[in-house]
Design a binder for this molecule. Sequence first.
Ligand SMILES: Cc1cc2nc3c(=O)[nH]c(=O)nc-3n(C[C@H](O)[C@H](O)[C@H](O)COP(=O)(O)OP(=O)(O)OC[C@H]3O[C@@H](n4cnc5c(N)ncnc54)[C@H](O)[C@@H]3O)c2cc1C
Length: 390
Amino acid sequence: MVTRRIDTDVAIIGGGIVGASAALALRRLGRRVVLLERDLCGSRSSGVNYGGVRRQGRAPVQLPLSLRAHAIWARLPELIGVDGEYLRSGHFKIARSEADMASLERYRDLSRDFDLGIELISGERLRALCPWLGGKAVGGSLCPEDGQANPRLVSPAFARAAQRAGAEIFERTPVDAVEHDGGGFTLHSSTGRLELRAAQLINCAGAWAGGLAAQFGEPVPMRSGHPAMAVTSPLPHFMDWSLGVEGGGVYGRQVARGNLVLGGGQGVALDADRARSTHDTIVALTAQAIALLPALRHAQIIRTWSGTEGYLPDRQPVLGASLTTPGLLHGFGFAGAGFQIGPAAGEVLAELACTGASTTPIDAFSIGRFSAGSATAISDLSPAISSVKD
Ligand SMILES: Cc1cc2nc3c(=O)[nH]c(=O)nc-3n(C[C@H](O)[C@H](O)[C@H](O)COP(=O)(O)OP(=O)(O)OC[C@H]3O[C@@H](n4cnc5c(N)ncnc54)[C@H](O)[C@@H]3O)c2cc1C
């Protein structure tokens, strides 16, 4: 039974960092916006991720969006009212071999036009700067202005900021049906007893966005991934940088309270909504982490977790207008990059809704790349993604 009917300009499905950022940006552009989230805003990927806020290592095609996000992160307290423990601590990508070092050098050269300020460090300088690194590290690549933040604080804060700016946000309100006619969209939530009418609809449903895209004739080959995460007991502070490793496997950061947040490998899905790390993954992750950071051999793992995120085969998101349905916009599939670029993706979606164009290049993220007859056949794309490589 419907108890509430609402008319709005733009409806958003999904209250992760992308949907909430879009809601905030739309309010700043003066649009009426209603966001429906089936659980709590920021309760999925956006609130349980590692907290890496880095541009280093992003594919060049993603760097314009990543740079736009970098500028937004600099204004976080002004924009969402909290600092979210965001620190431009530096992101250091470790090389464990000369081949890895050469690969980091290639990335520095490739990304030079984007001014990331990447600096290669090895030998004596490496040992002097980070005596806490284990012997396996031969060098690395530092991006001094990349950093880290607390996703549990940042992502819900985007939703609260959107609400303060006038967005209507309904939590615990799953959208279970969407209809489209010449005039717009009607969204139904039987749990929320709500019927919502909107001229435009933004699909920000994260790993669950594929169903809506398929309903509108745009199926995507998205699969779910579940990065394994762990946190240690507090240790005396020794490291400011957020660490990644060339080739992947393990990543880590130390928060102000002393705990090390670690990630690496994949957990498992418990069902369509929930995931957890496995014992074997955590054992493997811990062994790799100790090899890189010997101080960890005295630490206890006090909590492990995982999340569910959507991966497209080419590891790029879908961001832009539907090619089948006027008024429908998609923003999903951000894989291991969505926490950092989410705020920029939200702004782009708001621009598209208001002006029909994005001021940041997004052609590479068109949903059209998966349509039948597109130049990028799905079979040409690289296979499964094994892990986030922060
Ligand atoms: C463990 C882990 C570590 C990661 N580490 C990093 C990192 O260090 N740095 C980085 O940049 N990125 C990282 N990522 C990726 C990043 O978290 C995601 O790309 C990003 O949060 C995606 O945001 P989103 O808003 O698209 O999706 P989500 O946060 O998943 O939000 C989608 C929302 O849609 C809602 N929804 C779905 N269906 C419906 C429906 N029918 N009705 C209403 N609501 C619905 C869901 O409940 C959910 O809240 C990591 C991800 C994970 C899981």
